[in-house]
Design a protein around this ligand. Sequence first.
Ligand code: KIV
Length: 256
Amino acid sequence: MSFQERIRQKKGKEKIIMLTAYDFQMARILARTGIDLILVGDSLAMVVQGRSDTKSVTMSDMIYHIKAAARGAENTPIIGDLPRDSCNSVEDGLRNAKLFIKAGAHGVKIEGKKAEVIKALASGGIPVMGHIGMLPQTAESYHVKGKKPEEAEQILQDARALDRLGVFSMVLECIPEDLAKMITETVDVPTIGIGAGKYCDGQVLVTNDMLGFDDDFKPKYVKVYANFNKATKDAVSKFIEEVFEGKFPDDEHTYH
Ligand code: KIV
């Protein structure tokens, strides 16, 4: 059975877990936890590159990180995030999706309702994950989408359209829980929420966010499960102290 079929079959039965990884070590750790999918997201713009948004990520940035993550992902399928402007035409979409697959991805994620591209990729055998709601690649500012009735209706229509176009799942980003519930009950494919409440078929977070790497970034939808910022600072302070005091390297860590 293909990975996308396995994901589809979980709908309504078992929650789907997806997390981001951009490098070998994190992909390997995540793979060994048994999560369903690893997303090489264009969030690497903020997490790895220190940019303020995802708008300037390039295909070569993405391919570099897909290759690195693929070396660690073992048997966990990797989804590569097609960056802004990489799939504005069917030709571009097909070419760039194939480059992702060659780099080690098993499927691609496409932000927004790029109907012709999604249809061409899905019917050409490339697994496509949709992404609707708040769309960081084009958003002017990051805030919840779908609070106004007409906006909610549009997002619901987009979800239905993606379902018909052949996506194997779709990310719902930063929309009210009721709307995410309605979409989840309406579409045939699994919904994977980020800031979309508990009724989605699965959940995704940026791994660095849920591990607490960035003290300054704590949006409402992120639950911080560990404090790697503090753990790293504490470990480095201890290292500095021990080097200064002549306690490191000790005999155990020295060649004779
Ligand atoms: O780039 C990313 O990490 C994403 C997730 C937030 C879904 O698109």
